[in-house]
Design a protein around this ligand. Structure first.
Ligand code: FAD
Ligand code: SF4
Ligand code: SF4
Ligand code: SF4
Length: 372
């Protein structure tokens, strides 16, 4: 046994990897004390996705949080090791994912990336349904059609814009996920659904905190076999903040006659949230500040720095998406989608990149201030 450990250590040293902790003696109580009780939980869903004893439900005050739903905790440490809010060994994860450390000064703000573009889908139907250029949906569509993936885990919504995850296996199902839902939802649980459905090549689209959770699962030096090797592609969305579900009721009452059924789209631009119904309504972000999720206040990742591909709206013209390609698989998918006519791309302008860097810097500074 000790011989195996030594062999492993040597292998690790050869790859210059640091051994990451496994926390085998931490249970749900530790997660509660260090994350949820401190209001750091971002509701990413990683803990609930990989442990059946955890469900994300509402408490007495109507607040969603991870809850332990069995009598006995086996204290295996998995939830603690996987949660992006217990500890995040960013530099070590980057070394394992990207095979390198950050080099350029700008990488300190927006993460390691190979290329940046402004992208638009070439399919007319997605222009209507997509949030920006429909890049997220189109890149997944290419990967599904080519058999690089056998499903894409996306976040759709019900008639009242409450998010739901879906394991999409074709373009029509992917399209159901198009468009931004600005409320918190534990979308990582969709990865568990995909594994349970028998998918072998899973793509996932989600927020920076959700990508952090999945990268921790992928890179942890852990004894847990959760099927994570089936996750092949992570598309991350830019994110300044997200909101608790009560926001939907507020919007309904404020500008949609009590129901969101006729709302076609939500969009945050500048300091406003726009609600596209028959008419276009606008609500100032200041007015809805109280609905921002607790866990968002300490968040420092604007551009999904650990994703294979990051997608956002800032930096591009209306109707186009900004795309950072960060890994080899990300590059392969973007190039393939371009070659096969799924997307058109242009160079990201310098001032677009500057706007992203400004916002990313602001988020890091405010997250850091609030987390001390
Ligand atoms: C909460 C939130 C905040 C955001 N904040 C910013 C921001 O500050 N700046 C910025 O530039 N961009 C932000 N974005 C990203 C932006 O709104 C678009 O999602 C992005 O530009 C991709 O557009 P698209 O047309 O390529 O995507 P589409 O092709 O329309 O696909 C959208 C994808 O987003 C996924 N998705 C939608 N809602 C959620 C959700 N709640 N959780 C997880 N996945 C979801 C869907 O699964 C789908 O795959 C935010 C997105 C979200 C969800
Ligand atoms: S069984 Fe393991 S993963 Fe599940 S709650 Fe307990 S410690 Fe966490
Ligand atoms: S941040 Fe994610 S993994 Fe951590 S407790 Fe909250 S939902 Fe679970
Ligand atoms: S601000 Fe951070 S914690 Fe909040 S939803 Fe976005 S990525 Fe997650």
């Amino acid at each position: 046994m000790s011989g195996d450990v030594n062999a492993d250590t040597v292998k690790m040293e050869e790859r210059k990897y640091v051994r990451l902790p496994t926390f085998l003696e931490c249970g749900f109580g530790n997660l509660t004390n260090e994350v949820t009780a401190k209001r750091l939980c971002c509701l990413c869903g990683t803990c609930a996705a990989f442990c059946d004893k955890i469900k994300i439900t509402e408490d007495e005050a109507g607040k969603k949080k991870p809850r332990f739903v069995e009598d006995y905790d086996t204290v295996c440490g998995l939830c603690y090791a996987f949660c992006p809010r217990t500890f995040l060994p960013q530099a070590e994860i980057e070394r394992r994912i990207f095979g390198q450390k950050r080099k350029r000064a700008e990488e300190d703000i927006i993460g390691i990336s190979r290329r940046s573009y402004t992208v638009r889908s070439k399919r007319a139907d997605i222009h209507e349904k997509g949030q920006d250029g429909g890049a997220a949906t189109s890149l997944l569509a290419y990967a599904l059609d080519e058999g690089i993936l056998d499903c894409g885990v996306v976040t759709t919504s019900d008639d009242h814009w409450r998010p739901i995850t879906k394991v999409a296996r074709n373009y029509e199902e992917l399209k159901e996920g198009a468009g931004t839902k600005y409320t918190l939802y534990p979308s990582v649980t969709g990865v568990r659904d995909a594994i349970e459905d028998g998918c072998e090549k899973i793509g996932f689209v989600g927020l920076p905190c959700q990508i952090q959770g999945l990268r921790k699962v992928q890179t942890a030096d852990q004894p847990y076999d959760v099927g994570i090797e089936k996750v092949k592609l992570l598309i991350g969305l830019f994110c300044m903040k997200s909101f608790v579900e009560d926001l939907l009721k507020f919007i309904g009452d404020t500008c949609a006659k009590g129901s969101l059924e006729n709302v076609k789209k939500f969009e945050i631009r500048g300091k406003e949230l726009f609600v596209f119904e028959k008419e276009k309504h606008e609500i100032s972000l200041e007015e809805i500040n109280g609905y921002v999720g607790d866990g968002c206040l300490v968040c420092m990742d604007y551009t999904a720095e650990l994703a294979d591909i990051s997608v956002g709206s800032v930096g591009s013209e209306e109707g186009w998406s900004t795309v950072f390609v960060r890994t080899e698989i990300g590059e392969e998918i973007l190039n393939g989608a371009l070659e096969k006519g799924y997307i058109e791309v242009m160079k990201l302008e310098r001032n677009g990149l500057e706007s992203i860097r400004r916002l990313a810097k602001r988020k890091k500074e405010s997250g850091m201030l609030r987390s001390v």
